[in-house]
Design a protein around this ligand. Structure first.
Ligand code: FRU
Length: 325
């Protein structure tokens, strides 16, 4: 329960998927040693209006700090500004708004786009037909990854690039490629050399469309561990590369506590990350799985401890009761 806790942190997630789940679990685990913190989660299902309503609710409840991943930058800016005006510190993570905030934590998405562009350019021998599937329009990682990717690709006149609009979902990756087929024809799709999808889910959607050629290679971003994640897809060479998009819930919580306890903190907190290719994927996958197992162990232990304290409390009450009668 949250009784007696000194700090309530509202976490406003724009979406629900395995990347967000991983982050939420890491945030929860990070609170175990911190008795004075309680987390409240809201998930907006990729919907600006819903996210605005959820943040309004957090403001009304008087949370002590907000952790927000804004769905679309413009739309979420006013409500974040409002929270800031009311004196609630706001941490933006992974995605940005274009207004006020206390601190940002996340990866450098321009750099991710640039490195994926360099990778694709190298792999194609600096020529060929490349298709980019972008994430949700107006979400900052989509704009940043596109900008970085373009910076790299623009150096090579031999690469013909077509950029398509997606929305981060797998279905949007499939839709984008099927639209392309309708516009440019089946032959065009079959001769694409590389598809760079701005996340692994859209890459899998593009593959599922069933119109890409045998020679078409795919790469994405996220490289999540686990059976559904992109790390496995790279290890199995379904994707020829991905890029770890770090979650680091532990660091998000640490930043939150520094702000709440008036300790020094940086406004901009960039998370390190890395390109994942099939040669490196098996080792990286082993390490990621090990990390997951450790986190699971900590969560199991925590559950046990909670149960222990519940029983201990019952016994104490029972003893007191016997003494009284
Ligand atoms: C998860 C996600 C990731 C992507 C990120 C961008 O919700 O869609 O797949 O890398 O958000 O903000």
């Amino acid at each position: 329960g949250k009784e007696g806790k000194r700090y309530v942190i509202g976490v406003s997630q724009c979406s629900e998927d395995i990347w967000r789940d991983k982050l939420n679990e890491e945030l929860k685990t990070a609170t175990f040693p911190e008795d004075e913190v309680s987390l409240q989660f809201a998930s907006a299902d990729d919907n600006d209006t819903l996210q605005i309503r959820q943040i309004e609710q957090f403001i009304k409840e008087g949370v002590d700090l907000l952790v927000i991943s804004p769905n679309q930058a413009h739309a979420i800016t006013p409500v974040v500004n409002k929270a800031m005006r009311k004196g609630i510190p706001v941490i933006l993570f992974d995605r940005r708004t274009d207004g006020a905030y206390t601190a940002f934590i996340g990866a450098n998405n321009v750099e991710i786009g640039r490195q994926m562009g360099d990778f694709v350019a190298r792999q194609t021998g600096h020529r060929g037909s490349v298709v980019e599937i972008m994430g949700l329009k107006g979400s900052s990682p989509a704009a940043d990854r596109h900008r970085g990717f373009m910076q790299s690709i623009a150096k090579y006149p031999g690469i013909k690039l077509v950029s398509l609009q997606g929305d981060w979902t797998k279905a949007s990756g499939k839709r984008a490629i099927l639209d392309l087929k309708r516009r440019q024809g089946a032959d065009f799709c079959a001769t694409i050399d590389y598809v760079f999808a701005q996340n692994d889910r859209m890459a899998m959607g593009a593959l599922e469309a069933g119109v890409l050629g045998k020679r078409t290679k795919l790469c994405g971003v996220d490289a999540l561990p686990g059976p559904e994640g992109g790390m496995r897809l790279v290890a199995d060479s379904v994707l020829s590369a991905s890029y770890i998009y770090p979650t680091r819930g532990d660091l998000v919580l640490k930043l939150a506590l520094n702000i709440l306890k008036h300790r020094p903190y940086s406004k901009e907190n960039l998370l390190q990350s890395a390109l994942v290719t099939p040669d490196k994927a098996p080792l990286m996958r082993m390490q990621a799985d090990e990390m997951n197992m450790q986190q699971q162990r900590i969560q199991d232990l925590h559950k046990k401890l909670d149960l222990f304290f519940v029983r201990y409390h019952h016994q104490k009450v029972y003893l007191l009761f016997t003494v009284i009668i």
